[in-house]
Design a protein around this ligand. Sequence first.
Ligand SMILES: [Zn+2]
Length: 321
Amino acid sequence: MATLGGYIENFGSLRTDKDRKRWSVLTTHQAPHKPFVLFSVMDLMAEGVIIENFIEPSLELLDTFNRYWDRTMPVGSKTTMAYPFPRLRTDGFWHLIANRGFENQINMEFSSMSRLRDVCAGATLDPELFSFLMNSESRERLRAVLVTTYFAPEIQPILLEQGQVNLAAYAYSRELIIEAADGSQTWNERETPVAVRDQGFRKAIVTLYDHRCALCGIRMLTPEGHTVVEAAHIKPWRENHDDRPSNGLALCRLCHWSFDEGLMSVGTHYEVLVSRRVQLEQNLPGHILTLSDRPIFYPDEPVFHPSLDNFEWHRKTLFRS
Ligand SMILES: [Zn+2]
């Protein structure tokens, strides 16, 4: 079994849900969950995020899984990586590790990521398979097996492209963080495709803010593992094409909308400003008022702080005091 040929066979015959009522021809009438987990593992290995034979059900893996799902499955369809992650054990090469005290629950089904993470520390792969996946050539051969076995020809290029975007977006997010950490004062806009830029900027900002909204402080993940925060530009991208962390904020949807509409801003001491209009107009969410003058949340390291100059621009240009 420990040959590449053996794993090619294994990847081509995963135990999947084959309910034809649920799964269309796009996914060859099978549930695509397990291939999506394996694509995500491969991407994190290509990025250098997974370097040891231990795969955690991390937010990073989950985010990658969700991207594959959202890119190819019908709009509005929901799932959670908590289903396939433990079930991959039935395919022989994936070995679950329980958290201490949860050994007797490791073979259960999980309906949420938080429950899965309570019980399961992660999984190891057969050592031979781990080596094959760490090698880019054999990894891409195994990826191709999954793509051609479980997906219709029309979505195969989309899946391959998403893998490329994931890799490039990860590299872009690292560049944004490393350049800021180095104290670089200049910003050189790259020739970067929009999909890579958006995903990379979001990844950098959401990571730096640890999924917390800078203005209201909410930090929440849905059972599917979707984070409530988005990455926002303080000065909109169209103004100066600036993706540096000093021009970014992690914001929940309500705060993002309020910030972009000029109903909220940030003052000279990093305090939340709320427009008087929120008080005057009955149909605006009143609880925003309670945030007024509270300090905003931002990363600890000064090099990643949002820039006061950018906030000044926002107050002068967009804020409706
Ligand atoms: Zn918020």
